[in-house]
Design a protein around this ligand. Structure first.
Ligand code: IVH
Length: 681
């Protein structure tokens, strides 16, 4: 800490207290902004800050420019004045492909006449290069890169960046008398999001990316505005330096450690690696972390670690031979929305998709980007003809991030969700509490066809053996099946003509389809694939209505009477039943011979088997084990696993085993499937 110029007349206790407060505030500041590990609350910090402010007000002689209270000042007269860098700020050559890195490493090895070289590796920050001059440990000037030789004075703005030390930390006699610290000013992703959200809410211009946000903040005439934009800083090197009493570091890595000791933020991701393999491995490692980092990077930088080796390699034109930037593909680019289409997904959700003027982003050419749903389009206010920021990070689907409203000509068109499914023409609905708009033509919609058929055939629905994913793909793609009703029109010959389908398996599948015709109302309702209707609801509906036509005719009020059916479910069922395409398929299914035992309304039929306990054994001719169980339960009966004196009936099929013997032994009546059905119908 520099001593105040005129300490005369200040009580020693006050001077000491001011010193303690400054050091405490600097340390808290460092812990908060650089280490991201605060050790006091905001309120405690504010208390210390105000105490120091009060002392400085009472004893103005105490005040030094590097006091933590002096970060935000008035606009200085030298704002943006030219500043000549003592050592020029050069640029880096770029590598894009692995081969470029290979060449770089080869040239370095040849230049040094070494087999393998150690490299310091670090992220390439996507911000603005700046140079800060410290004299006697105090920040005296900060400047932009400019043309590399002369930049602009932005000292007052840089002082507001909490992560930048106003004084180098450490013993005064060990600090360099003069040093240019080089690094990158940037905006953290979260601060950028908050800034843009605030600007959008206030109807002000938003920024394309954090880099532009940072540039805008640094170019403010009023440092108070810069301060409010929350900039961050990372040091990555130095320019001119006089080391003074301290020994100069021997490697870039040691230099970075020195910068960290002085309390500059340095990349936690930096490392030292060996040779080409080490470089390429680092590139992939950081690439995988890129999206998760709190700041934007556009690549990684490789630097020969040994500073003497760096010096011996020197420069070509304006870039060093000892370093190179290995760039990542840009994740965000600007392009134009040519149109907005709607895609229908496997579950019937309608997704608006922006058709884009082709643009190279994230390493591939992008022509489409998802707009997710109607609310997202409204929130981002995306219109046809807009200039937009498109983002593609990793393997995720490209996305429209935001619109550049200032680029509008007035000819842009707003998008409206269609009222009918673009694939099948069925009505679309948007349930009140959902973001998605959906097609209601579950049984007929081409987009939902495969999913609908798989569900229809699944074990707990119609239980069609042999109708798996591959088979459904073939049937749908070969245009043999459009709706579940078409399944029942398939002959053995048509099935046998399918790829990899032997005569025998075709016959088996055909038999499976035929067998599924005899089912239960619960299974049939479940098989329809009505949104939100799972097995339990299907069972409740079957029990409540007893007959399919009663369900189809029920209005929402009627549906709400069913156990556990709420408004969302009732609306979904009603929508499904009203869609005429769905009704047509149901009629066709019935016409094809799909049947189930129907009952009168639940109230009247329930209990026909009440109080009775059944045990199932052997293979029944039509009903599967599950269907028979459901049927019995639907009529109030119970199904248990073992025969006892309490068993009312044993229902026996082919190859009934020991349970049949047990029944005979205990004198429990044995019936077959037909007798069971007769008890109900
Ligand atoms: S070293 C002599 N290291 O990339 C080389 N630069 O073209 C000095 N940058 O504008 C640069 N991250 O601002 C270096 N870790 C890093 C960097 C980095 C970003 C920027 C730098 C410069 C550009 C180089």
């Amino acid at each position: 800490m520099t001593s105040p110029p005129a300490a005369a007349g200040i009580p020693a206790a006050v001077r000491d207290r001011a010193q303690v407060l400054r050091e405490a505030l600097e340390t808290h500041n460092y812990r908060y902004y650089v280490l991201d590990a605060p050790s006091v609350s905001d309120a405690e910090y504010d208390g210390l800050f105000r105490e120091l402010q009060a002392l400085e007000q009472e004893y103005p002689q105490l005040l030094t420019p590097d006091s933590p209270t002096q970060r935000v000042g008035a606009t200085p007269s030298n704002a943006f004045a030219p500043v000549t860098h003592r050592a020029p700020m050069l640029s880096l050559n770029n590598a894009f492909a692995d081969a470029d890195v290979e060449n770089f490493d080869r040239r370095v090895r040849e230049g040094l006449d070494h087999e393998s070289v150690a490299y310091a590796v670090e992220p390439k920050f996507d911000g603005l290069a700046i140079s800060m001059t410290y004299e006697g440990g105090a920040l005296v000037r900060g400047a932009t890169r400019g043309d590399g030789y002369t930049g602009e004075d932005v000292t007052a703005n840089l002082r507001t960046i909490a992560a930048i030390p106003l004084r180098l930390h450490g013993r005064a006699d060990r600090l360099p008398p003069f040093i240019e610290v080089r690094g990158e000013v940037l905006m953290l992703k979260r601060d950028f999001e908050a800034l843009n959200a605030a600007h959008a809410a206030a109807g002000e211009k938003t920024f394309v990316n954090p880099r532009n946000g940072a540039a805008g903040a640094l170019r403010q005439l009023d440092p108070k505005i810069t301060a409010s934009r929350r900039l961050h800083f990372f040091a990555y090197g130095i320019g001119a330096v006089e080391w003074g009493a301290a020994a100069p570091p021997a490697t870039h890595d040691a230099l970075m450690q020195r910068l960290a000791d002085w309390r500059f933020p340095v990349a936690a991701e930096r490392d030292v690696v060996q040779g080409l393999a080490g470089l390429l491995d680092y590139y992939r490692r950081i690439g995988a972390q890129r999206t998760a980092l709190p700041f934007e990077i556009d690549g990684v930088v490789y630097k020969v670690n040994d500073l003497a080796q760096q010096a011996s390699l020197g420069f070509v034109s304006r870039a060093p031979r000892y370093a190179i930037a290995h760039k990542f593909p840009a994740e965000e680019m600007l392009t134009e929305v040519l149109d907005i289409d709607v895609q229908v997904g496997r579950t019937g959700a309608l997704t608006p998709v922006a058709r884009l003027k082709p643009v190279f982003v994230g390493g591939v050419t992008v022509t489409n980007a998802t707009l997710h749903n109607e609310d997202e389009i409204r929130r981002k206010d995306v219109r046809i003809g807009d200039t937009v920021v498109v983002r593609r990070a990793g393997d995720v689907i490209p996305e429209v991030v935001r619109v550049l409203v200032e680029k509008r000509s007035g000819a842009e068109r707003e998008f409206a969700m269609p009222s009918q499914c673009p694939v099948c023409g069925s009505h679309v609905e948007r349930p009140e509490d959902e973001a998605a708009t959906r097609c209601t033509g579950g049984l007929v919609c081409g987009a939902q066809r495969k999913q609908a058929l798989l569900h229809f055939a699944s074990r707990r629905a119609m239980d069609i053996e042999g109708l798996g994913e591959k088979m459904v793909d073939q049937l749908v793609e070969g245009n043999l099946v459009r709706t579940p009703a078409d399944l029942y029109k398939l002959g053995v010959a048509a099935l046998a003509a399918l790829e990899r389908m032997a005569e025998k398996s075709a016959a088996n599948l055909h038999a499976g389809i035929e067998k599924s015709k005899r089912t239960t109302l619960t299974r049939f309702i479940y098989a329809l694939g009505i949104r939100h209707v799972g097995e339990t609801t299907a069972k409740d509906l079957a029990q409540h209505f007893g007959k399919l036509d009663a369900l189809l005719a029920a209005d929402e009020a009627g549906l709400l009477e069913v156990r556990d059916v709420g408004p969302v479910l009732a609306a979904s069922i009603r929508q499904f039943c009203l869609e005429k395409h769905n009704r047509q398929v149901i009629d066709e299914l019935r016409a094809a011979g799909v049947t189930w035992p129907e009952t009168e309304q639940a109230a009247k039929s329930a209990g026909r088997l009440t109080g009775m306990t059944f045990v199932l054994t052997g293979t029944l001719p039509a009903l599967s084990r599950d269907s028979a169980k459901e049927l019995i339960e639907q009529h109030g009966g119970k199904v248990t696993g073992s025969v006892s004196k309490k068993t009312s009936y044993v229902v026996a099929g082919v190859e009934a085993g020991s349970k049949l013997d047990k029944a005979e032994e205990l004198g429990v009546p044995v019936i077959d499937e037909a007798q069971l059905l007769a008890m109900i119908e």
